[in-house]
Design a protein around this ligand. Sequence first.
Ligand SMILES: [Zn+2]
Length: 144
Amino acid sequence: MPDEQASSGRPLPALSQLNRPYWTSGAEGVWRLQQCPECERIIHPPALRCQFDHATPEWVPMSGRGTVESWTVNHHPFFPGIPTPYVIAFVNPVEDPRARVLTNLIDVAPEDVVVGMPVRVTFERGDDGTEGDTVHLPLFTPER
Ligand SMILES: [Zn+2]
């Protein structure tokens, strides 16, 4: 099971029926993304239909491993609870590198981030979201 980080001042998502599994499955220590049962593509952000064949996606567990496709370093203090600088990144899950997840990299110095860097999911527990669900933000750390 991945480590769980303490809550920070990171803003939390508004949960919906469509995105709830993405934001809450970290409670089980599992990173889940949608997969198309027809073409087997990993689909993210969550969608009602696969954009390629219109099949209904299913939530499936990922290994939690991925690679950094691209990143940027934010220096502006948009949110008081998040110390700057911090890294905003696109991560590709190893199960389907065509998929792209927008996230933060933590426990890494911005100057150490490189394209293709292996990363692993970790979850930061947030406060209770809508309808009593607890948000577990999927964040990524360098794979060691
Ligand atoms: Zn499909």
